[in-house]
Ligand binder design. Structure first.
Ligand code: DOR
Length: 442
């Protein structure tokens, strides 16, 4: 029986109310003990976690792994490696693949192959057949095969009738309908937030109303049906205010926010790289910078700062990344031709660490938003360090400086405007069921 002792780290486990200097013993893939002053036993692997945080394995409830296709961007194996490198031991992958995950067989295939990657991978099934919005996909059967929710992410959920049917099923299945809110008519032709910067760059822009009007629509459908709506990647202050107001009326709605919407703004699309709320730029990029093209788009600073405030007051249920890998050929310089999306699994931790360093959030809250909170909200396993639980553990060095580059990123795709930026905060060790899946101690 192999055992491992993680010594002297700051153990933060919000699910169990832990935040103190403790040792963690892992044995046989499980957490064996958590206590102060544990002494190493014979042949035990000892990990010095002095100065590090020891947290439950991080959970990312929103990633795109491009499997079964297009695998030239990512696949389950490279996606799992990127997840582990980012500190994640559990991810939920979106069904906008080719072919889409809209049948129980395709869901079962992800579950099956996901088991062999060394981390936990949960598929999200499509709401509609072919993600085309017109006909409800077999949600019951996909749930039985292991889908943890349903989404046509990448596009708004199609017809109101399909949405109603899907929302009605949520009480039976107790799984959320996860919506990408964007009115395709209002958004048509735009590559970035509509405002002064899109005018400067000559882009038609995507108005905030495109997102907000569909949040309103889907909240209305949730209210009407009593179903569970989960709003993906909320990017505007008004969006989260609409959700909070609906929640106060008793609508069953949960919501997530992405690190890039908290810290980056539409200025990044013009190559002006300055984090929201900071004075000093962190660098500059081409203008336009298609690596900053993402959907929903990066918004003005007022939205980013407002979303941070909303996160602080508990308006969001959790943080997820929207990891959206794209190859170089999918991200040409021309803004209108580039695909939407940024690689994110490996950048979430340093981005959240920046918010801690600035005093916007503290570590226990950040850890909660990326462990216990998504587990609790979505009914996923993990997210805690309970004795006897499978040992899914992330050891974080919050001060470790590193540069995101073609060489350091594990994802098959390197599409991020943070390439070349000095970042602080990194997963030192990622352990899944007692096995080390990422080790950056060297
Ligand atoms: O930027 C995005 N990229 N937003 C989405 O909703 C989809 C994603 C993708 O699949 O690339």
């Amino acid at each position: 029986m192999t055992t491992m002792l993680i010594r002297g780290g700051r153990v933060i486990d919000p699910a169990n109310g832990l935040d103190s200097r403790l040792d963690v013993r892992v044995s046989d893939g499980k957490i064996f003990a958590i206590a102060a002053g544990l002494e190493p036993i014979a042949r035990e692997v000892v990990i010095d976690a002095d100065g590090c945080l020891v947290t439950p394995g991080w959970i990312d409830a929103h990633v795109h792994l491009r499997d079964p296709g297009p695998t030239y961007k990512e696949d389950l194996v490279t996606g799992a490696a990127a997840a582990a490198a980012g500190g994640f031991t559990r991810v939920c992958c979106m069904p906008n693949t080719s072919p889409p995950l809209d049948t129980p067989e395709r869901i079962a295939d992800i579950v099956e192959r996901g088991r062999q990657t060394g981390i936990h991978i949960h598929p999200i099934g499509a709401i509609s057949v072919g993600r085309e919005g017109g006909v409800l996909a077999p949600l019951r059967e996909m749930a039985a095969a292991g889908a943890i929710g349903f989404s046509d992410d990448g596009d708004s959920a199609g017809s109101e009738d399909v949405m109603r049917e899907a929302l009605r099923l949520t009480s039976e299945l107790n799984l959320p309908i996860m919506v990408h809110c964007e009115d395709p008519e209002l958004a048509r032709g735009g590559s970035m937030h509509r405002g002064a910067v899109s005018e400067e760059l000559g882009d038609p822009g995507i108005p905030a109303e495109a997102e907000e009007s569909y949040i309103e629509r889907d909240l209305r459908l949730a209210e009407e049906t009593g179903g569970w709506l989960h709003v993906l990647h909320v990017s505007t202050v008004r969006g989260i205010e609409l959700i909070q107001a609906a929640r106060a009326r008793g609508v069953r709605v949960t919501a997530e926010v992405m690190p890039h919407h908290l810290l980056m703004t539409d200025e990044w699309v013009a190559g002006r790289r300055r984090f929201a709320g900071e004075l000093e730029p962190v660098g500059s990029g081409p203008s336009p910078d298609s690596s900053a093209k993402v959907n929903p788009p990066l918004r003005p600073e007022s939205d980013a700062l407002g979303l941070i405030q909303a996160l602080r007051r508990g308006a969001f249920d959790f943080v997820a990344t929207d990891h959206a890998p794209h190859a170089e050929r999918d991200k040409p310089a021309s803004l209108s031709s580039a695909a939407f999306g940024m690689t994110a699994l490996e950048l979430a931790l340093p981005t959240m660490a920046r918010l801690v360093e600035r005093g916007d959030l503290d570590w226990p809250r950040v850890v909660e938003l990326l462990t216990a909170a998504p587990a609790r909200t979505l009914g996923l396993p993990g997210g805690a360090l309970g004795v006897g639980d499978p040992a899914d553990i992330t050891v974080i060095d919050p001060r470790r400086e590193w540069v995101a580059s073609e060489e350091t990123l594990r994802s098959r795709s390197k599409n991020t405007p943070l390439l070349g930026t000095i970042l602080r905060g990194r997963a030192l060790l990622t352990i899944c069921e007692g096995e080390v899946r990422h080790d950056a101690r060297a």
